[in-house]
Design a protein around this ligand. Structure first.
Ligand SMILES: Cc1cc2nc3c(=O)[nH]c(=O)nc-3n(C[C@H](O)[C@H](O)[C@H](O)COP(=O)(O)OP(=O)(O)OC[C@H]3O[C@@H](n4cnc5c(N)ncnc54)[C@H](O)[C@@H]3O)c2cc1C
Length: 403
């Protein structure tokens, strides 16, 4: 059918990219984007990096100006501070929480994800924080500036970045993780490099299996207690929880689009011909099967593919996710291109000019190579080339493919 009205639900990077990609693909009809957050899209990854580690006074308004994404050129009508509360997919209507309804010919679902909470967390616990939005980041930054003792629950990239930011602010920090931090995401070799740097900066580690909140006082001065599965109880002024996220699909509960509670898109982003999905909300086909790939550049790639998939259907190119990930903390900056976790030692390892900088590659005959750069200045296309092709011989020396 001819698309004259397209509605995009979610005004994060996936929603914004979808709007730009729709215009880029020639859609000149009515475009409306609905976003729960009142802000224009901003860099979410920077919340746990530049914002949390920055030495400014936590002036969030100034920070928003600095980290807002470039002014959009898509000319969509933006309904900000408004949420989609329901969907009638047969009548092609999005219901909004202000009581209005938006009819559409095509729909882009880009409603992202929200943090998982620790079991036992009441809504009004003043000393238990998660980090997803600008407001969360402002609250965390303000609390951390008072140098409280902090328990960070979760040893993934976000937990480690939060722990690093809290240490940077001068807090006493204990990180609770049921495995070596970052090892599930990156593999033991890269995880070891980060853990060593973290311990050297004063991070304390606690294991003990899944954690549970015992008490998160309503009073900011009251502290919080966390119980570990092995019976150990930890106590601190503040608990920062980073145990993963869950897709924002509540508004789709009665839409008939969810399969076992999940939103599944095909390789062109389609949930059905007139509905596409992109970003953290969507399960997509990958080489490792149907899964979410809740990463910034993946959200961008998915949104571009979904926008064209909505307009062109089967004639649209298929999505080919090239995993790219970065993290910063404890004085280290890591870029990884290719599938992770990587297994074992790198087959190739080259020190850079700066102290402690490394360029590495792992070969994987099934999934392709993975290249990683720690504190090593290398443009992404060159890192991609190294991941794909490996180092190349240059006369008597073997040098990295990026040269
Ligand atoms: C602190 C932090 C650090 C991160 N660091 C990295 C990193 O270093 N590298 C990396 O690759 N990835 C990182 N990520 C992940 C990355 O930010 C996400 O993958 C990306 O933001 C997903 O974009 P999205 O547009 O799909 O979802 P979101 O960014 O979540 O945007 C979805 C938007 O939709 C809105 N919304 C939700 N429900 C509704 C509704 N019913 N109606 C209207 N609007 C709705 C939400 O409020 C939100 O604004 C980080 C994430 C966080 C939280």
């Amino acid at each position: 059918m001819t698309m004259r009205r397209i509605v995009v639900v979610g005004n994060g990077i996936a929603g914004q990219t979808a709007c730009e990609a729709l215009r880029g693909a020639g859609f000149d009809g009515e475009l409306t984007v609905v976003g729960s957050e009142r802000h224009r899209p901003y860099s979410r990854p920077a919340l746990s990096k530049a914002l949390l580690h920055g030495d400014d006074d936590g002036n969030v308004a100034g920070w928003v100006r600095a980290h807002q994404l470039p002014e959009p050129a898509h000319g969509a009508a933006e309904l900000l501070g408004v949420s989609a509360s329901g969907l009638d997919a047969d009548a092609r209507l999005v219901m909004l929480d202000d009581g209005s309804r938006l009819p559409y010919d095509g729909l882009v679902i880009a409603s992202g994800a929200r943090p998982k909470q620790l079991p036992g967390t009441p809504d009004d616990a003043a000393n238990v924080l998660t980090l997803r939005t600008l407001e969360d980041a402002g609250a965390l930054k303000r609390r951390v500036s008072g140098r409280p003792s902090v328990i960070v629950v979760g040893g993934g990239p976000l937990g480690m970045e939060v722990a690093s930011g809290c240490l940077h602010a001068g807090c006493d920090v204990t990180l609770v993780s049921d495995a070596r931090p970052l090892s599930k995401q990156l593999g033991h070799h890269l995880a070891g490099i980060f853990t060593t740097a973290a311990l050297a900066r004063g991070l304390k580690l606690a294991g003990g299996g899944p954690a549970r909140l015992l008490e998160g006082s309503k009073n900011p001065d009251g502290g919080a207690r966390v119980a570990l599965a092995d019976g150990i109880i930890l106590e601190a002024d503040l608990v920062a929880v980073a145990i993963g996220d869950q897709p924002n699909t509540g508004w789709l509960a009665n839409s008939g689009l969810l399969v076992d509670g999940t939103l599944r898109a095909d390789s062109r982003g389609r949930v059905r011909p007139d509905v596409v999905a992109a970003g953290d909300v969507a399960f997509i086909p990958t080489r490792q099967g149907l899964r979410r790939v809740p990463l910034w550049t993946s959200a961008i790639d998915q949104a571009k593919a979904a926008a064209v998939g909505l307009l062109l259907g089967d004639a649209a190119p298929e999505l080919d996710v090239q995993p790219y990930f970065w993290t910063e903390g404890f004085g280290l900056s890591l870029k990884v291109l290719g599938p992770t976790p990587v297994i074992g030692e790198p087959a190739y390892c080259e020190p850079g000019q700066e102290n402690g900088s490394l360029l590495m590659r792992w070969a994987d005959s099934v999934n392709g190579g993975t290249a990683a750069a720690i504190n090593y200045r290398i443009p992404i296309p060159k890192l991609r080339r190294l991941a794909r092709s490996g180092p190349v011989a240059d006369g008597s020396r073997t040098v990295a493919a990026h040269r």
